[in-house]
Design a protein around this ligand. Sequence first.
Ligand SMILES: [Fe+2]
Ligand SMILES: [Fe+2]
Length: 273
Amino acid sequence: MGLKIEELKMGNFNLNEPVVLYDDGEHRVAWVGSSENSLFRCNAYLVSSGNVNVLIDPGGIQHFDQVKERVSQLINPEKVNYIVSHHQDPDVAGSIPMWLEINPNLTIVTTPRTKVLLPYYGFDAQKVKWIDVSQLDDTMIELPDGGVLLFLSSPFLHFPDAFVTYDSRAKLLFSGDIFAAIQQKWELIVSNWERHKTEMMYFHVYYMASNKALRFFVNKVRPFPIDAIVPQHGSIIPGEYVDRALDFLENLKCGVDLLYEESPVQSILNDII
Ligand SMILES: [Fe+2]
Ligand SMILES: [Fe+2]
């Protein structure tokens, strides 16, 4: 059994170091995020299998030193050969030019509409290798251990061309901003679902487009075996809460559902007609 979440729930880790979430000898997943003290705390993850090292949502410019330090404790940072950028926000992708300086040959995995925007952080798109993530949900990286990282589109959650990553070996869903939470007190692993649900709600009602988009996404990922959800903000959702987290998003009104719940135009018309 490679999943370490149960051990980590005991508080058995040091956040000044990378935290290994899964390791079966051939495939390792580690949290390599930042220790910034903010409501919006950012997580980055490193997936390693043989000579393949995939850095997921590397973070902003101010996260770079810490993320690089944590990566260095596991591998030579020059060996990061893929960066997955689930969308283009500065807290997700601002440090990409710094990673390209370390390894100009790395490949960026992202969607076509994100690819248009990422070079504005200051690098030449023509000099970079890319994997374009298709909305058909058939793009993947095949890993030396026999597993795959499968990229699944998540339209309008929150970027129109956002996507998530499913790790078939570790059975982890790297969900980007989906399942993120805004927290006064951050913890690595969710310990109290009722509290966490509220913290997730704070994030989703503002950032996610609509319940229609959430339902579409939840229906897509529900058939996958998921041992934990690992988002870019907030805490890791362990297996025992995965179904409840899916149910919660499936039924959550957010974004335009709330903004246009009662059309102001209709009420004005009612007043004047
Ligand atoms: Fe975002
Ligand atoms: Fe984010």
